[in-house]
Design a protein around this ligand. Structure first.
Ligand SMILES: [Mg+2]
Length: 368
């Protein structure tokens, strides 16, 4: 039983990244985010994180649209209401169209409360069996020299799987060169929609390289194009931006446009719908793996719990917190040892806010 939600606090924070994160769409140097705290009548506090970027290059949501959606529409549905389980709130929020990352922040916080009340760690509560897992990392640099340096650092830290951003012939040649240097590393590529059907010859070349998967080669709405590609190549087509709901997942599957799903709790509207999508993927032979959003420690703790489910065979993008941040916002940030992350064990998502530090990076606080 979650109980009655009596208070919500939105901490809007901004932190510099230790190194820029570059795709063909955007280069990020600092990160804004929203840390959400929900409090129950019994004094239990649940943490959530809204993971949209400042501009709508990844999906249509931004930090500002999240503040608006949470303050105007979503939190008023939640506050002063009593819930048994997270899904009860999720159903209530379905009257608000889309705004998935905002909904996910609330859903995460409710799972944190739900697990704390049950005195269980979230991973146990959602049936995760793995105690530790191998993790991978994204190489998103603005030059080949930087990419090679990053790869070497991550390799030395024990990462076993690299995801590299690809946007055409030149980056493909660079990735091939890099891949030859690391024969023991599994490589996947992510295009963030950089290709069109005109690039089919290049995509056939990419197919021959034996990547673990190719993520989001075409634009968000190009499901038909993805299905044409999957019929032509044997590398699994993985969808990220294209899939924000179970309905889109079913459509992509019916079209034959998807063999792997990058599960991001924020993008799909929370852990509640993510679990439903994982179930669907298991039933239909679609591979799942856990992506990342350059998140702070709250959302990462949820990713760790999710990725310890047995369906997640491919190492997730759960890099150590100190790859991105000098200091994370939580008391027990994600650490990677010998290429592995250990599950949290404390009740709830397993971390608490480091309030003294959060104060120093907060640019706005909204209490409701
Ligand atoms: Mg992606």
């Amino acid at each position: 039983m979650i109980g009655k939600i009596i208070k919500a606090t939105l901490n809007v924070i901004e932190m510099p990244l230790k190194r820029p994160f570059s795709t063909h769409l955007q280069s990020l140097h600092s990160r804004k985010g929203i840390l959400l705290e929900l409090q129950t009548e019994d004094g239990v506090i649940g943490l959530g994180e809204a993971v949209a970027f400042e501009s709508p290059w990844y999906t249509e949501e931004t930090v500002e649209t999240e503040i608006h959606a949470l303050q105007q529409w979503l939190l008023p549905i939640i506050i002063d209401q009593t819930f048994d389980q997270p899904i009860d709130a999720y159903i209530k929020m379905s009257n608000v169209r889309r705004n998935y990352m905002s909904k996910a922040a609330i859903d995460m916080a409710l799972w944190d409360i739900y697990a704390k009340v049950k005195q269980m760690n979230l991973a146990d509560l959602i049936g995760s069996k793995k105690k530790e897992m191998y993790v991978g990392a994204v190489l998103a640099t603005s030059s080949f020299a930087m990419m090679k340096n990053r790869a070497e650092e991550l390799y030395r830290d024990g990462y076993t799987r690299f995801k590299v951003k690809i946007d055409g012939k030149e980056t493909f040649e660079q990735i091939k060169e890099l891949k030859r240097n690391y024969p023991n590393i599994a490589f996947m590529v992510d295009a963030n929609g950089a290709f069109t059907l005109d690039d089919m010859d290049l995509l056939k070349e990419i197919d021959k390289e034996g990547f673990l998967l190719i993520e989001q080669p075409f634009a968000v709405d190009d499901l038909v194009e993805h299905s044409l590609l999957q019929r032509t190549i044997s590398t699994p087509v993985c969808l990220d931006e294209s899939i924000t709901s179970i309905q889109e997942l079913k459509t992509a599957h019916a079209l034959g446009a998807i063999k792997a799903l990058n599960v991001k709790v924020g993008r799909v509207g929370g852990l509640t719908p993510a679990l439903e999508m994982i179930e669907y993927c298991r039933e239909h032979g679609i591979e799942v793996w856990c992506g990342g959003m350059i998140e702070f420690g709250v959302s990462r703790a949820v990713n760790v719990a999710l990725a310890s489910r047995e369906e997640f065979d491919i190492p997730g993008d759960i890099v150590a917190s100190d790859v991105y941040w000098e200091h994370d916002v939580v008391t027990d940030p994600v650490k990677v040892k010998d290429g592995k992350v250990h599950r949290y064990t404390k009740a709830g998502i397993g971390v608490e806010l480091d309030y003294d530090f959060v104060k120093t990076v907060t640019i706005k606080t909204i209490t409701m």
